[in-house]
Design a protein around this ligand. Structure first.
Ligand SMILES: [Zn+2]
Length: 310
């Protein structure tokens, strides 16, 4: 990609083998993704977390699944961009090298990274520009890399449609979970509600012959946002989604980047797990002291990457 190799950054082009069967290990990670909750018969609502490993010699993406947010003690709850230590082992039932199974009671939050500049210092080495390459890699080898951060060339649209509700199979899992009462639970379990709307991004990546990507958004924040405006009518909820996921996150003054991941059952279909949207840094003009705006790049056009640290 013509970028300078980083001394300590990840080698994203390397084929990572599934690690051999090993027991639980202590890992240190930066949480970057909290995906939308999924129905599960055993866990109620399971959440997939994606993170960047901070352990020396083991840089790279990691997926932590399953995580049940309802059952995490409140002092063990963690947020995106927390630096966390935890115990996990490679997921035996998932061929993707990034997938690990965490121990729910092992999470310890070390600190939180406030604001995009601190976060970008960790993320910069992980940002890629070709979604097409990721898709063609999993076509050739289904266990190819399954997590990435993609800076699109141009974001074409945000499409919002009514959520059809859980499938019959999903609803059965929810009912099964709600009927059980955990050993230490005093209150009845509540059912996981489907959000009112689903949403997709359509974009073009930087690959020369990119034929556009349409990817569903499975971000915890999308479901949480809809819950927070639940009293509004449909048009009001849709408007709230558009204001955040288009007007804010894809604004022309934002350097929009998508966290993407695939699903174990459908390795070729990647979904958007979260959005990174720091303000574009503005280049300093020679002789000038003030920061001046970039030439207007057009809505959501990420072709221009301004230099950092200027
Ligand atoms: Zn593409």
């Amino acid at each position: 990609m013509g970028e300078q190799p980083s001394l300590f950054g990840p080698d994203l082009g390397t084929f990572h083998q599934k690690p051999p069967e090993i027991g639980f290990q202590r890992l240190r990670v930066l949480i970057t993704v909290k995906a939308a909750p999924n129905p599960s018969a055993t866990y109620g609502e399971t959440v997939c977390i994606a993170a960047i490993r901070l352990d020396i010699g083991h840089a790279g993406w990691i997926r932590l699944y399953p995580i049940n947010f309802r059952e995490l003690d409140s002092d063990r709850q963690f947020r995106k961009y927390d630096v966390v230590t935890l115990e996990a082992k490679p997921a035996a039932n998932d061929p993707r090298a990034e997938s690990w199974r965490p121990r729910a009671d092992s999470f310890v939050v070390e600190r939180h990274l406030d604001g995009w500049p601190k976060r970008m210092a960790y993320l910069d080495d992980y940002i890629e520009t070709s979604m097409c390459d990721l898709v063609s890699a999993v076509r050739q080898r289904p266990a190819a890399r399954s997590l990435a951060a993609i800076r699109p060339r141009k974001i074409l649209s945000l499409e919002i449609e009514r959520h059809p509700g859980w499938t019959a199979a999903e609803q059965r899992k929810i009912d099964q979970y709600v009927r059980q009462l955990g050993l230490f639970e005093s209150a009845p379990r509540t059912a996981l509600q489907a959000p009112r709307f689903k949403a997709w991004y359509r974009y073009r990546c930087h690959a020369p012959h990119c034929n556009t990507h349409r990817q569903g958004i499975y971000d915890w924040e999308l479901a949480a946002l809809q819950r927070s405006v639940d009293r509004r009518d449909d048009a009001g909820v849709e408007q709230a989604v558009r204001e955040k996921y288009w007007d804010l996150m894809c604004a022309s003054d934002r350097d929009t980047i998508f966290y993407v991941g695939n699903q174990q059952a459908h390795p070729q279909s990647f979904i958007v797990l979260g959005v990174v949207y720091p303000r574009r840094l503005m280049p300093r003009r020679p002789g000038g002291t003030a920061l001046e705006p970039l030439p207007a790049p057009g809505h959501g056009d990420n072709a221009v990457r301004p230099p950092r640290n200027t």
